[in-house]
Design a binder for this molecule. Structure first.
Ligand code: HEM
Length: 141
């Protein structure tokens, strides 16, 4: 199964998380706003492997400060980043994941202190590894 020590090798997953945080900030503290016209946003995690390879999320690059920057930046950064990587890495490693109705996931957000999906995520998880691996994990829990 995925271990914390594996995370540094999962560069594409790290890029996906950076890109996701640009689109869906965890703590949207500014005034709610919406665009006046439809626009298309490209989900392009590859930018963090190519043109923006050197941009990290740890308060050094002001293009990407989802944890803040400076003395008051988030003290939960390391923990938050680890959990945000470990959870999808473990799920993607262990399961094939498809939407329950074959349609794209509705990503509509609801207003709040933290950014929460307006509707529950509904997906079908199908185990993709040998059964004994899941048994071992359950025994560990
Ligand atoms: C994805 C996860 C998280 C994100 C994106 C996030 C983001 C932020 C941001 C933007 C700030 C404000 C920083 C500033 O004022 O410059 C903040 C502050 C803070 N965060 Fe987080 N955070 C996350 C997870 C966590 C976790 C897991 C903890 C604790 C276990 C935590 C504890 C705190 C605390 C205590 C502050 C206030 C720091 C201060 O005002 O001195 N955060 N966080």
């Amino acid at each position: 199964m995925v271990e914390v020590s594996d995370l540094k090798k999962l560069e594409y997953l790290q890029s996906v998380i950076k890109q996701t945080l640009r689109l869906y900030q965890v703590g949207p503290l500014s005034m709610p706003h919406e665009s006046m016209q439809d626009c298309t946003l490209e989900f392009c995690p590859e930018r963090f492997l190519t043109t923006h390879k050197d941009i990290d999320i740890k308060g050094q690059h002001f293009e990407l400060i989802q944890f803040g920057a400076g003395r008051r930046m988030c003290p939960g950064l390391s923990f938050g980043l680890q959990i945000m990587q470990l959870t999808p890495a473990t799920l993607l490693h262990g399961f094939d994941i498809v939407s329950h109705d074959g349609k794209p996931t509705d990503m509509l957000e609801q207003i709040g202190l933290t950014n929460i999906k307006a509707s529950p995520l509904q997906v079908i998880l199908t185990p993709r590894l040998s059964t004994y691996i899941y048994d071992d994990e359950i025994e560990m829990i």
